[in-house]
Design a protein around this ligand. Structure first.
Ligand code: CA
Ligand code: CA
Length: 339
Protein backbone atom coordinates (compact mmCIF):
# COMPACT_ATOMS: atom_id res chain seq x y z
CA UNK A 1 0.00 0.00 0.00
CA UNK A 2 1.43 3.38 -0.91
CA UNK A 3 0.57 7.04 -0.86
CA UNK A 4 -0.31 9.41 1.93
CA UNK A 5 -3.08 8.38 4.25
CA UNK A 6 -5.25 10.72 6.20
CA UNK A 7 -5.04 9.79 9.85
CA UNK A 8 -6.99 12.28 11.88
CA UNK A 9 -6.77 12.00 15.68
CA UNK A 10 -8.54 8.94 17.08
CA UNK A 11 -11.36 10.75 18.85
CA UNK A 12 -12.39 12.38 15.61
CA UNK A 13 -12.37 8.94 13.96
CA UNK A 14 -14.31 7.36 16.85
CA UNK A 15 -11.69 4.59 16.65
CA UNK A 16 -13.01 2.66 19.63
CA UNK A 17 -16.70 2.73 18.76
CA UNK A 18 -18.61 -0.51 17.97
CA UNK A 19 -22.23 -0.65 16.78
CA UNK A 20 -25.18 -2.61 18.11
CA UNK A 21 -27.09 -4.21 15.23
CA UNK A 22 -30.35 -2.62 14.19
CA UNK A 23 -32.01 -4.78 11.54
CA UNK A 24 -34.83 -4.13 9.12
CA UNK A 25 -37.28 -6.93 8.28
CA UNK A 26 -36.66 -7.02 4.56
CA UNK A 27 -33.30 -6.12 3.02
CA UNK A 28 -31.35 -7.50 0.07
CA UNK A 29 -27.97 -6.68 -1.43
CA UNK A 30 -28.26 -5.03 -4.84
CA UNK A 31 -26.84 -7.17 -7.64
CA UNK A 32 -24.09 -5.53 -9.66
CA UNK A 33 -22.81 -3.22 -6.91
CA UNK A 34 -19.65 -4.70 -5.44
CA UNK A 35 -17.19 -1.79 -5.34
CA UNK A 36 -19.07 1.05 -3.69
CA UNK A 37 -22.08 3.29 -4.32
CA UNK A 38 -20.86 6.38 -2.50
CA UNK A 39 -23.90 8.49 -3.32
CA UNK A 40 -27.50 7.90 -4.44
CA UNK A 41 -30.07 10.44 -5.61
CA UNK A 42 -33.74 9.63 -6.34
CA UNK A 43 -35.98 11.62 -8.68
CA UNK A 44 -39.57 12.36 -7.56
CA UNK A 45 -40.76 9.68 -10.06
CA UNK A 46 -38.75 6.92 -8.32
CA UNK A 47 -35.74 6.67 -10.64
CA UNK A 48 -32.63 6.27 -8.48
CA UNK A 49 -29.11 7.18 -9.64
CA UNK A 50 -26.11 5.45 -8.04
CA UNK A 51 -22.55 6.77 -8.24
CA UNK A 52 -20.36 3.64 -8.22
CA UNK A 53 -16.69 2.68 -8.07
CA UNK A 54 -15.05 5.60 -6.24
CA UNK A 55 -11.28 5.33 -5.90
CA UNK A 56 -8.83 7.37 -3.85
CA UNK A 57 -5.15 6.95 -3.01
CA UNK A 58 -5.01 5.03 0.28
CA UNK A 59 -8.71 4.08 0.15
CA UNK A 60 -9.59 0.40 -0.19
CA UNK A 61 -11.15 -0.73 -3.48
CA UNK A 62 -12.62 -4.11 -4.47
CA UNK A 63 -12.22 -3.20 -8.17
CA UNK A 64 -9.14 -0.99 -8.44
CA UNK A 65 -8.82 -1.33 -12.22
CA UNK A 66 -12.46 -0.80 -13.16
CA UNK A 67 -13.62 2.76 -13.98
CA UNK A 68 -16.58 4.11 -12.06
CA UNK A 69 -20.04 4.64 -13.50
CA UNK A 70 -23.62 5.71 -12.93
CA UNK A 71 -26.31 3.07 -12.41
CA UNK A 72 -30.06 3.58 -12.61
CA UNK A 73 -32.80 1.71 -10.74
CA UNK A 74 -36.55 2.16 -11.23
CA UNK A 75 -38.04 1.85 -7.75
CA UNK A 76 -41.56 1.49 -9.17
CA UNK A 77 -40.72 -1.99 -10.48
CA UNK A 78 -41.62 -5.07 -8.47
CA UNK A 79 -38.03 -6.37 -8.40
CA UNK A 80 -35.93 -3.41 -9.51
CA UNK A 81 -32.45 -3.94 -10.94
CA UNK A 82 -29.54 -1.51 -11.11
CA UNK A 83 -28.52 -0.97 -14.74
CA UNK A 84 -25.52 0.99 -15.93
CA UNK A 85 -26.34 4.13 -17.88
CA UNK A 86 -24.55 4.69 -21.17
CA UNK A 87 -22.58 7.90 -21.36
CA UNK A 88 -22.32 9.94 -24.55
CA UNK A 89 -19.23 9.72 -26.74
CA UNK A 90 -16.54 12.30 -26.13
CA UNK A 91 -16.57 11.85 -22.37
CA UNK A 92 -13.51 10.09 -20.92
CA UNK A 93 -14.97 6.90 -19.43
CA UNK A 94 -11.63 5.29 -18.61
CA UNK A 95 -10.86 7.94 -15.97
CA UNK A 96 -14.45 8.34 -14.70
CA UNK A 97 -14.28 8.35 -10.88
CA UNK A 98 -17.67 9.60 -9.65
CA UNK A 99 -18.23 10.75 -6.06
CA UNK A 100 -21.15 12.93 -4.81
CA UNK A 101 -24.15 13.41 -7.14
CA UNK A 102 -27.26 15.59 -7.34
CA UNK A 103 -30.21 15.81 -9.74
CA UNK A 104 -31.98 18.93 -10.96
CA UNK A 105 -35.27 19.15 -12.84
CA UNK A 106 -35.61 22.29 -14.96
CA UNK A 107 -38.86 24.15 -15.66
CA UNK A 108 -39.03 22.40 -19.07
CA UNK A 109 -38.74 18.99 -17.27
CA UNK A 110 -35.17 18.39 -18.48
CA UNK A 111 -33.35 16.28 -15.88
CA UNK A 112 -29.73 17.18 -15.18
CA UNK A 113 -27.33 14.99 -13.21
CA UNK A 114 -24.43 16.73 -11.49
CA UNK A 115 -21.50 14.44 -10.68
CA UNK A 116 -18.38 15.17 -8.66
CA UNK A 117 -15.60 13.47 -10.62
CA UNK A 118 -11.95 12.72 -9.78
CA UNK A 119 -10.32 11.83 -13.10
CA UNK A 120 -6.68 10.97 -12.24
CA UNK A 121 -7.59 12.09 -8.69
CA UNK A 122 -8.23 15.66 -9.88
CA UNK A 123 -11.46 17.55 -9.09
CA UNK A 124 -14.23 18.39 -11.54
CA UNK A 125 -18.00 18.68 -11.50
CA UNK A 126 -19.63 17.11 -14.57
CA UNK A 127 -23.08 18.13 -15.75
CA UNK A 128 -25.06 15.54 -17.74
CA UNK A 129 -28.50 15.60 -19.29
CA UNK A 130 -30.47 12.44 -18.46
CA UNK A 131 -32.07 10.85 -21.54
CA UNK A 132 -34.51 8.34 -20.13
CA UNK A 133 -35.63 6.82 -23.47
CA UNK A 134 -32.04 6.08 -24.45
CA UNK A 135 -31.05 4.95 -20.95
CA UNK A 136 -28.12 7.34 -21.21
CA UNK A 137 -26.41 10.47 -19.98
CA UNK A 138 -25.43 13.19 -22.41
CA UNK A 139 -22.32 15.02 -21.18
CA UNK A 140 -22.83 18.79 -21.30
CA UNK A 141 -20.05 20.42 -19.30
CA UNK A 142 -16.93 19.86 -17.18
CA UNK A 143 -16.39 22.44 -14.46
CA UNK A 144 -12.98 23.05 -12.89
CA UNK A 145 -12.32 25.98 -10.57
CA UNK A 146 -9.67 27.07 -8.10
CA UNK A 147 -12.38 27.31 -5.43
CA UNK A 148 -13.17 23.61 -6.04
CA UNK A 149 -9.85 21.97 -4.98
CA UNK A 150 -11.24 18.87 -3.20
CA UNK A 151 -14.92 18.42 -3.96
CA UNK A 152 -16.96 15.82 -2.09
CA UNK A 153 -20.63 16.50 -2.87
CA UNK A 154 -22.89 18.95 -4.68
CA UNK A 155 -26.50 20.11 -4.48
CA UNK A 156 -27.83 21.44 -7.77
CA UNK A 157 -29.93 24.61 -7.56
CA UNK A 158 -30.15 25.43 -11.29
CA UNK A 159 -29.25 23.93 -14.68
CA UNK A 160 -25.61 24.99 -14.22
CA UNK A 161 -25.78 26.23 -10.63
CA UNK A 162 -24.81 24.38 -7.47
CA UNK A 163 -23.38 24.44 -3.98
CA UNK A 164 -20.36 22.17 -3.45
CA UNK A 165 -18.47 21.01 -0.37
CA UNK A 166 -14.68 20.85 -0.29
CA UNK A 167 -13.53 18.18 2.17
CA UNK A 168 -9.99 19.53 2.13
CA UNK A 169 -8.51 22.97 1.53
CA UNK A 170 -5.48 21.70 -0.35
CA UNK A 171 -5.25 19.56 -3.48
CA UNK A 172 -1.74 18.23 -2.85
CA UNK A 173 -1.88 14.86 -0.99
CA UNK A 174 0.83 15.75 1.52
CA UNK A 175 -0.75 19.10 2.37
CA UNK A 176 -4.14 17.35 2.62
CA UNK A 177 -2.64 14.96 5.14
CA UNK A 178 -1.10 17.77 7.19
CA UNK A 179 -4.32 19.74 7.06
CA UNK A 180 -6.32 16.84 8.48
CA UNK A 181 -3.66 15.98 11.01
CA UNK A 182 -3.44 19.56 12.25
CA UNK A 183 -7.23 19.91 12.31
CA UNK A 184 -7.16 23.26 10.54
CA UNK A 185 -10.95 23.73 10.04
CA UNK A 186 -10.25 25.21 6.62
CA UNK A 187 -12.78 23.35 4.53
CA UNK A 188 -15.75 25.11 3.03
CA UNK A 189 -18.87 25.36 0.88
CA UNK A 190 -18.72 27.11 -2.49
CA UNK A 191 -21.53 28.45 -4.67
CA UNK A 192 -21.00 28.00 -8.39
CA UNK A 193 -22.91 29.56 -11.28
CA UNK A 194 -21.77 30.48 -14.78
CA UNK A 195 -21.59 34.15 -13.71
CA UNK A 196 -20.35 33.95 -10.16
CA UNK A 197 -18.30 31.56 -8.04
CA UNK A 198 -17.87 32.33 -4.35
CA UNK A 199 -17.11 30.95 -0.93
CA UNK A 200 -20.37 30.88 1.07
CA UNK A 201 -19.49 29.00 4.29
CA UNK A 202 -16.22 27.96 5.91
CA UNK A 203 -14.63 26.67 9.10
CA UNK A 204 -15.57 22.99 8.77
CA UNK A 205 -13.24 20.16 9.88
CA UNK A 206 -14.20 18.31 6.71
CA UNK A 207 -17.33 19.36 4.84
CA UNK A 208 -18.88 16.32 3.19
CA UNK A 209 -22.54 15.64 2.26
CA UNK A 210 -24.73 18.59 1.25
CA UNK A 211 -28.45 18.83 0.56
CA UNK A 212 -31.40 21.23 0.67
CA UNK A 213 -34.74 21.37 2.52
CA UNK A 214 -37.86 20.69 0.39
CA UNK A 215 -38.90 24.38 0.68
CA UNK A 216 -35.40 25.29 -0.64
CA UNK A 217 -34.83 27.70 2.30
CA UNK A 218 -32.11 25.73 4.09
CA UNK A 219 -28.90 24.01 3.11
CA UNK A 220 -27.66 21.12 5.26
CA UNK A 221 -23.95 20.34 5.44
CA UNK A 222 -22.38 17.26 7.08
CA UNK A 223 -19.05 17.85 8.82
CA UNK A 224 -17.75 14.28 8.87
CA UNK A 225 -14.83 14.65 11.30
CA UNK A 226 -16.66 17.00 13.68
CA UNK A 227 -19.68 14.62 13.76
CA UNK A 228 -22.04 17.51 13.01
CA UNK A 229 -24.79 18.59 10.67
CA UNK A 230 -24.93 22.32 10.01
CA UNK A 231 -28.17 24.05 9.06
CA UNK A 232 -27.57 27.13 6.93
CA UNK A 233 -30.10 29.59 5.60
CA UNK A 234 -29.99 30.45 1.91
CA UNK A 235 -29.99 34.17 1.18
CA UNK A 236 -31.35 35.79 -2.02
CA UNK A 237 -27.73 36.39 -3.16
CA UNK A 238 -27.02 32.66 -2.53
CA UNK A 239 -24.81 33.36 0.50
CA UNK A 240 -25.38 31.05 3.47
CA UNK A 241 -25.84 32.07 7.11
CA UNK A 242 -25.55 29.56 9.92
CA UNK A 243 -28.78 28.74 11.80
CA UNK A 244 -27.77 25.81 14.00
CA UNK A 245 -25.49 22.82 14.43
CA UNK A 246 -26.65 19.32 15.39
CA UNK A 247 -24.03 17.22 17.20
CA UNK A 248 -24.03 13.46 16.60
CA UNK A 249 -21.93 10.52 17.81
CA UNK A 250 -20.82 9.25 14.41
CA UNK A 251 -18.97 10.31 11.25
CA UNK A 252 -21.68 11.81 9.03
CA UNK A 253 -21.27 11.34 5.28
CA UNK A 254 -24.00 12.03 2.71
CA UNK A 255 -27.36 13.62 3.51
CA UNK A 256 -30.62 12.82 1.73
CA UNK A 257 -33.97 14.51 2.16
CA UNK A 258 -37.39 12.87 2.21
CA UNK A 259 -39.29 15.37 0.03
CA UNK A 260 -42.64 14.70 1.73
CA UNK A 261 -41.62 14.95 5.40
CA UNK A 262 -38.38 16.96 5.16
CA UNK A 263 -36.63 14.29 7.27
CA UNK A 264 -32.87 14.01 6.78
CA UNK A 265 -31.50 10.52 6.14
CA UNK A 266 -27.82 10.15 6.88
CA UNK A 267 -25.27 7.55 5.82
CA UNK A 268 -22.78 7.32 8.70
CA UNK A 269 -19.46 5.72 9.57
CA UNK A 270 -19.60 4.70 13.24
CA UNK A 271 -15.87 3.98 13.27
CA UNK A 272 -13.63 5.92 10.89
CA UNK A 273 -10.48 4.04 11.81
CA UNK A 274 -11.90 0.77 10.41
CA UNK A 275 -12.98 2.60 7.29
CA UNK A 276 -9.55 3.96 6.44
CA UNK A 277 -7.46 0.97 7.56
CA UNK A 278 -9.31 -1.84 5.79
CA UNK A 279 -9.12 -5.21 7.54
CA UNK A 280 -11.53 -7.84 6.10
CA UNK A 281 -11.53 -9.71 9.43
CA UNK A 282 -12.61 -6.53 11.27
CA UNK A 283 -14.50 -4.57 8.61
CA UNK A 284 -16.01 -1.08 8.88
CA UNK A 285 -19.59 -0.94 10.12
CA UNK A 286 -22.67 0.81 8.77
CA UNK A 287 -25.21 3.12 10.38
CA UNK A 288 -28.24 4.95 9.02
CA UNK A 289 -29.82 7.79 10.97
CA UNK A 290 -33.10 9.56 10.36
CA UNK A 291 -33.37 13.11 11.70
CA UNK A 292 -36.83 14.58 12.15
CA UNK A 293 -37.62 18.25 12.81
CA UNK A 294 -34.04 19.45 12.63
CA UNK A 295 -35.13 23.08 13.08
CA UNK A 296 -36.97 22.35 16.33
CA UNK A 297 -35.50 22.60 19.85
CA UNK A 298 -35.24 18.83 20.10
CA UNK A 299 -34.72 17.11 16.76
CA UNK A 300 -35.53 13.41 16.88
CA UNK A 301 -32.60 11.21 15.85
CA UNK A 302 -33.41 7.53 15.15
CA UNK A 303 -31.01 4.75 14.21
CA UNK A 304 -32.95 3.01 11.46
CA UNK A 305 -30.25 0.51 10.46
CA UNK A 306 -26.91 -0.54 11.91
CA UNK A 307 -24.61 -3.43 11.04
CA UNK A 308 -21.12 -4.42 12.19
CA UNK A 309 -19.92 -5.00 8.62
CA UNK A 310 -21.08 -8.62 8.35
CA UNK A 311 -23.65 -7.51 5.75
CA UNK A 312 -22.79 -3.95 4.77
CA UNK A 313 -19.47 -2.12 5.21
CA UNK A 314 -18.94 1.64 5.28
CA UNK A 315 -22.40 3.12 4.64
CA UNK A 316 -22.04 6.56 3.06
CA UNK A 317 -25.61 7.35 1.96
CA UNK A 318 -29.21 6.41 2.81
CA UNK A 319 -32.21 7.62 0.86
CA UNK A 320 -35.92 6.80 0.80
CA UNK A 321 -38.75 6.55 -1.72
CA UNK A 322 -42.26 5.24 -1.04
CA UNK A 323 -41.39 2.81 1.77
CA UNK A 324 -38.07 1.77 0.21
CA UNK A 325 -34.70 2.58 1.76
CA UNK A 326 -31.53 2.43 -0.34
CA UNK A 327 -28.17 2.36 1.44
CA UNK A 328 -24.90 2.89 -0.43
CA UNK A 329 -21.32 2.47 0.74
CA UNK A 330 -17.92 4.01 0.12
CA UNK A 331 -16.35 0.88 -1.42
CA UNK A 332 -18.53 -2.13 -0.55
CA UNK A 333 -22.06 -3.13 -1.62
CA UNK A 334 -25.50 -1.46 -1.54
CA UNK A 335 -28.69 -2.50 0.19
CA UNK A 336 -32.37 -2.34 -0.85
CA UNK A 337 -34.69 -2.44 2.18
CA UNK A 338 -38.40 -2.19 2.79
CA UNK A 339 -39.33 0.05 5.72
CA1 CA B 1 -25.32 14.13 -3.00
CA1 CA C 1 -19.56 12.02 0.77
Amino acid sequence: MSGYRCFPPKNRLKASREVESVDLPSCRLIKGIEAGAEDIDILPNGLAFFSVGLKFPGLHSFAPDKPGGILLMDLNEEKPKAKELRISRGFNLASFNPHGISTFIDSDDTVYLFVVNHPDFKNTVEIFKFEEEENSLLHLKTIRHELLPSVNDVIAVGPAHFYATNDHYFTDPFLKYLETFLNLHWTNVVYYSPNEVKLVAEGFDSANGINMSPDKKYIYVADVLAHEIHVLEKQPNMNLTQVKVLQLDTLVDNLSIDPSSGDIWVGCHPNGQKLFVYDPSNPPSSEVLRIQNILSEKPLVTTVYANNGSVLQGSSVATVYDGILLIGTLYHRALYCEL
